[in-house]
Design a protein. Structure first.
Length: 153
């Protein structure tokens, strides 16, 4: 798969070409014949582009994660959020280590639910991480080493 185009121009060109009746993949089966001048619904065009790019799983996971409370329950959703989905691994950020531990216990059920809705193998595992530790580095000029923490205790 080619690198991501952050401007979206490649995708816009694909959609425009598809709207004009051109096929993105010349070996693909031609679309149903339409009368000249009849517009093709944008949803159909986007559906074809999504299928050609192989984005079904990515879109499916984002649609499911948009309803995070429905997936993990409202209490868990209030204290966590999905952070990334990459290489069949979903990363969840919890607001505390206690909530991270709680979510780790239901991680297998989250994987099973996502795979049931998206297709087996879409999510291989769930990684739950706690809050990030604060950074003691401030500004452009910092002193190497432990800094002020070495005087504690």
């Amino acid at each position: 798969m080619p690198d991501h185009d952050p401007t979206g121009l490649d995708l816009a060109h694909q959609i425009a070409a598809r709207a004009r009746g051109a096929r993105a993949n010349p070996n693909a089966k031609p679309a149903k014949r339409r009368r000249l001048g009849d517009p093709e619904p944008v949803g159909d065009i986007l559906g074809d582009v999504v299928a050609e790019q192989g984005w079904q799983t990515q879109l499916g996971i984002h649609q499911l994660l948009a309803n995070w409370a429905g997936l993990v329950g409202p209490v868990n959703a209030d204290h966590s959020k999905p952070e990334t989905y990459r290489d069949q691994v979903l990363t969840i950020r919890a607001e505390s280590t206690a909530w991270a531990t709680s979510l780790r216990m239901i991680a297998p059920q989250i994987v099973a639910t996502l795979n049931a809705k998206l297709g087996q193998g879409s999510v291989e595992r769930v990684v739950v991480v706690g809050p990030e530790a604060p950074s003691w580095k401030r500004g452009k000029r910092t002193v190497p080493g432990r800094g002020p923490r070495d005087t504690y205790g």
